[in-house]
Ligand binder design. Structure first.
Ligand code: IPM
Ligand code: MN
Length: 359
């Protein structure tokens, strides 16, 4: 039996209910597979934690994350809970991503069957690419350290050679190993999204990206400007396989990608470094629908599948992703146009548990 130590941060808003749903599904999966066991340690984190202790996460929780095999996180932050500088107190991006150097933010954008995706004329799986967001530098490196006077504020976009190199390498490795979404023309491809026509930081990033690309000539390297890319991600999403971006562009454009496949509630993510990783939905805490049992738990459940894949439980990960797929295929989960769950969240969780028994 493979046993893994998992830190669980349930978060704020819809966090606790979707994390709970995902843990129920994981329970079913563990029983069914019988080869692995997840040992959970629960810690508070986010806006509610900040209100209690003045920090969004405790030192004990950070210590636990450092020694755990992985961290399973719900969304954190509440819009009204802010630091004295005016920014939100609950998100843990700075603490966890920069703090633990989790530079690769992997966000699969995949179109499931029967989702209320705005591009519904597209067939399921025609959209199936990875957003790879650089997670530790770019404009967000300026988080908390911008220059502020009463009359002007400056945040600086900085990228480093090391940062550009490692995220580019990760992108080409991902393209080489990508299991699903095989290119129709048989050619594997990585797309860099930047604004190198305007900013020197992006010209620097592009040069490094193209240098790294030479290491894998069998994979096409292409570059798109972010403005044109945001149109292309809507008009021809099937073109993309691996998209790599600077931190803030990745934050913004991965939400756009999520909207093309039925909403952010469909979208999981992994934050991966050389030694540690955590898994979470790409969306926020949706306080307006919290506690109503209508949030889509799929993002959190698929984040669990990504975690299992990272832990080396690839078969279990695959089973879970397939069970979610089948729940949509068999119309056991229906999404509203706004991307929430039509009916009860409990029904969706039960549907995925049932489908697990069929995979
Ligand atoms: C995300 C979120 C965070 C980010 C927020 C909550 C700080 O939007 O994970 O995409 O900006 O990275
Ligand atoms: Mn975001």
């Amino acid at each position: 039996m493979n046993t893994y130590q998992i830190v669980v941060l349930s978060g704020d808003g819809i966090g606790p209910e979707i994390v709970d749903g995902a843990l129920q599904v994981l329970e079913t999966l563990q029983t069914q597979v019988g080869r692995f066991h997840l040992n959970y340690q629960f810690y508070e984190a986010g806006a509610a934690c900040y209100q209690k202790i003045g920090e969004p996460i405790s030192a004990q929780a950070l210590k636990a994350i450092e020694t755990a095999d992985a961290t399973f996180k719900g969304p954190t932050g509440l819009p009204e809970v802010r630091k004295p500088d005016g920014t939100e107190a609950g998100p843990l991006g700075g603490v966890l991503r920069s703090g633990f150097d989790l530079y690769a933010n992997l966000r699969p954008i995949r179109l499931f069957p029967n989702t209320a995706a705005p591009l519904k004329k597209k067939v399921a799986d025609s959209i199936d690419y990875y957003f790879l967001r650089e997670n530790t530098e770019g404009l967000y490196l300026s988080r908390g350290v911008g220059i502020v006077t009463s009359e002007a504020v400056a945040d600086t976009l900085m990228v480093t050679r090391k940062g550009c190199e490692r995220i580019s390498r990760y992108a080409f490795k991902l393209a080489r190993e990508k299991k699903r979404g095989a290119p129709q023309d048989g050619k594997r491809r990585v797309t860099l999204i930047d604004k190198s026509n305007v900013l020197r930081s992006f010209a620097f990033f592009r040069e490094i990206f193209l240098n790294v690309a030479r290491e894998t000539p069998e994979i096409d390297a292409e570059c798109l400007y972010a403005d044109a890319a945001s149109a292309a991600l809507v008009t021809r999403p099937e073109h993309f396989q691996v998209v790599v971006t600077e931190n803030m562009f990745g934050d913004i454009l991965s939400d756009l990608g999520g909207a093309t496949v039925g909403g952010l509630g469909m979208c999981p993510s992994a934050n991966i470094g050389d030694r540690l990783a955590y898994f979470e939905p790409i969306h926020g805490t949706a306080p307006d629908i919290a506690g109503k049992g209508i949030a889509n738990p799929v993002s959190q459940i698929r984040a669990a599948a990504m975690m299992l894949d990272y832990l080396g439980e690839t078969e279990a990960a695959q089973m879970l992703e397939t069970a979610v797929w089948q729940a949509f295929e068999n119309k056991r989960i229906e999404l509203t146009a706004a991307g929430s769950i039509d009916g009860k969240m409990k029904t969706a969780i039960k549907a995925i548990q049932d489908e697990l028994k069929q995979v």
